[in-house]
Every structure is written in structure tokens, then in C-alpha cells.
Design a protein around this ligand. Structure first.
Ligand code: CO8
Length: 260
């Protein structure tokens, strides 16, 4: 797989995707989106791949936002006709039912913060900084920040960050619940890959169902969410991996997963 703006490699059952436009701090343009859409479709289809990690190249940035140089001359009609950046929702968020992690190694600003928030969870380097500085450009979050950041950290912090454009450091992001874990910068990617490998070693159908039920917590009422969880649990009990998992526990050995 050869792409111009991203690097993709498979490490056993884990796909590692690196945003690779260091000259513009990995700013996200339409080509990055197109390439990521292809990668997410390939990941979804490839049974050998069970978790995906996305990170940024270089030491400084995960992604410093949508590419301002691509947007500067664009007219409203084009934003509308292209339904500009709707592909992030369609091809990345809904591009796969499988788990994926954002390994944030530096600036995650604007669209960069929003891309990280699309992931199932974020692992951050202690040098990571998160922000929604779009207001300084005369615009506002456009790839989900006003919704996902608010759900992640609550109204007060989200409103303050979006209105002032101030950045949150990694420690604050962890205490606010934006990131799952903060790791020393040099160890962060390895840690994220290890976490991904741990997820990849779990029964794959249970991983799909787990992601689906946690996501439902953001989409529906408690009553419906609980019912959805119960149904998915019940469906899992029909899988060969459920039989194997419980038998392996009783026999004090590791489970051997079939993925069905
Ligand atoms: N787009 C394009 N180029 C960028 C971007 C960006 N978002 N960020 C940085 N760059 C470029 C710079 O222009 C510079 O290039 P050059 O050397 O050619 O001038 C290079 O990357 C290095 O950047 P700096 O020299 O600025 O590096 P500093 O270390 O001085 O500063 C910062 C780092 C603080 C990260 C600074 O670069 C910055 O403020 N960047 C912009 C951050 C920002 O405003 N992001 C939000 C963008 S808008 C957005 O994401 C909206 C998303 C929703 C769109 C949906 C539409 C429907």
C-alpha cells in the first residue's frame, strides 16, 4: 500500500497509520482524508487485522488541524457542494466497526483534536497538547469538536477551549477524561502499539460488540442502551469464542479464538 500523505504498516494483527506531512505539522487535507478512507476500508475488510493505531510523524504534531492553506481560497459554494469534510464522519468514524486508537504525540489542534476524538480512545504523550483554535481563524470546530469534545470533557472546559482557543496539556487532558492515559513521550508509540496488540489478542467478535455497546452510550437513552448491551451480550453467547473462552478459564489455559 503506497500513499503520499500517510504511512501504513502492519505489525502482526495491528495496523499502524502515520500521518506524514511533517512540513505542515500533519495538517489534514482532502487527500489525507481520501487516503485514510481507503485504509479504514481495507482494515475493515482484512480479517488478519484486529486493531489500528493512528499517530503523527515527527516529534511535534499529531495533526495541527485541517489544512488552512487548502481552505483559505475555497468559497462557500464549494464547501457546500463538496459537503466539505463530511467524509471524516462517513469514511473514518463509520469506516470500521473494529477498534482503533489515536496515539497523540504532540499538537492535536482543530481537526487534529477532532480526529483524535473520533478514535475509540486516545493515548497521549506527555508532550501532547489539545485545542480547538478555530475561533482565531474566524470559524469554529467543523469536524465534531463542539460535540465530541463536549461529551468528553463537559460543557465548561469545552466551551472555554472553543471560545478562547487555549490549549490543554496532557496532564489536564487526562484529568478531564479526554485521554485514557498519558505516557512519557519516547515510550508513547510503543505503549499504544502494545495496547493495540492486547486488544488484537482478544476474541474479535467480542471486541466488535464491546465497541458497539460503548458507542451506543453516546447515541441513545440509558434504557435503550442497556437493552442494546443485553442483546449484544446474548448474541455473544452464541459464538464459538464464548464456549472456548469459558472452557479455557475453567481449564486454566489461554483461549484460542476463532473470531466467530
Ligand atoms: N494548516 C496548514 N499548515 C499548517 C497548519 C495548518 N493547520 N498548522 C501548521 N502549518 C504549517 C505552518 O504554516 C508552517 O508552514 P511554513 O513553514 O510553510 O510556514 C509549518 O506548518 C510549521 O508551523 P509553524 O511555523 O506555525 O510552527 P510553530 O511551532 O511556530 O507553531 C502551531 C505551531 C502552534 C501548531 C501553529 O502552527 C498553529 O497555530 N497552527 C494552526 C493551528 C490551527 O489553527 N488549527 C486549526 C485549523 S482549522 C480546523 O482544523 C478546522 C477543522 C474543521 C474543518 C471542517 C470544515 C467543514
Amino acid at each position: 500500500m503506497n500513499y503520499e500523505n500517510i504511512l501504513v504498516e502492519q505489525r502482526d494483527a495491528v495496523t499502524l497509520v502515520t500521518l506524514n506531512r511533517p512540513q505542515s505539522l500533519n495538517a489534514l487535507n482532502s487527500e489525507v482524508l481520501r487516503e485514510l478512507g481507503e485504509v479504514f476500508a481495507a482494515y475493515e475488510a482484512d480479517k488478519s487485522q484486529r486493531c489500528l493505531v493512528i499517530t503523527g510523524s515527527g516529534d511535534k504534531a499529531f495533526a495541527a488541524g485541517a489544512d488552512i492553506k487548502e481552505m483559505v481560497e475555497k468559497e462557500t459554494v464549494d464547501f457546500y457542494l463538496e459537503d466539505f469534510f463530511s467524509g471524516w464522519q462517513r469514511n473514518v468514524v463509520h469506516g470500521t466497526r473494529k477498534p482503533w486508537i489515536a496515539a497523540v504525540n504532540g499538537f492535536a489542534l482543530g481537526g487534529g483534536c477532532e480526529l483524535a476524538l473520533m478514535a475509540d480512545f486516545i493515548i497521549a504523550s506527555d508532550k501532547a497538547r489539545f485545542g480547538q483554535p478555530e475561533i482565531n481563524l474566524g470559524v469554529a470546530p467543523g469536524m465534531g469538536g463542539s460535540q465530541r469534545l463536549t461529551r468528553a470533557v463537559g460543557k465548561a472546559k469545552s466551551m472555554e477551549m472553543c471560545l478562547t482557543g487555549r490549549m490543554m496539556d496532557a496532564a489536564e487532558a487526562e484529568s478531564a477524561g479526554l485521554v485514557a492515559r498519558v505516557v512519557p513521550h519516547d515510550e508513547m508509540l510503543n505503549d499504544a502499539l502494545k495496547t493495540a496488540a492486547a486488544i488484537a489478542s482478544k476474541p474479535p467478535m467480542a471486541a466488535l460488540a464491546t465497541k458497539e455497546m460503548v458507542d451506543a452510550a453516546f447515541e441513545t437513552t440509558l434504557e435503550l442502551g442497556l437493552k442494546h448491551e443485553r442483546r449484544l451480550f446474548q448474541i455473544l453467547t452464541a459464538s464459538e469464542d464464548k464456549v472456548e473462552g469459558m472452557k479455557a478459564f475453567v481449564e486454566k489455559r489461554e483461549g484460542q479464538w476463532k473470531g466467530r
